[in-house]
Unconditional design. Structure first.
Length: 111
């Protein structure tokens, strides 16, 4: 995985064609790139992102930004109730409780 301007690229290698293929994975828009060397694939990844942003500007559309910080989760009502009770008993908002739970599960530090 590589990152540039908050976009993340996933790269695979096609052994038969002897070429790297990549795709941006954190946007619904399709952004792809390819190269024969590590240096070339990294360069083409950045070029693809820059081209995408330029194209959006020319077309008058907003580029899809990765990770707004919002997402919807569907859970059973009884689990929802248990989470709200747990958050309340810890003097936390539901959002803060879920954020803390995810951080704890991933063993990462909060920003």
């Amino acid at each position: 995985m590589i990152k540039y301007k908050r976009y993340i690229g996933h790269i695979t290698y096609d052994e038969e064609a002897k070429i790297f293929h990549g795709e941006v994975i954190n946007t619904r828009d399709v952004i792809t790139f390819q190269g024969r060397t590590v240096e070339e694939i990294e360069k083409e990844f950045k070029n693809s992102i820059d081209d995408y942003i330029s194209w959006c500007k020319e077309e008058g559309v907003k580029p899809e930004k990765p990770y707004s910080g919002k997402f919807n989760v569907r859970i059973p009502p009884d689990l929802h109730e248990r989470i709200v009770i747990a958050a309340s008993s810890m003097n936390m908002s539901l959002n803060r409780f879920v954020e803390k739970s995810l951080i704890d599960e991933l063993n990462v530090k909060s920003k």
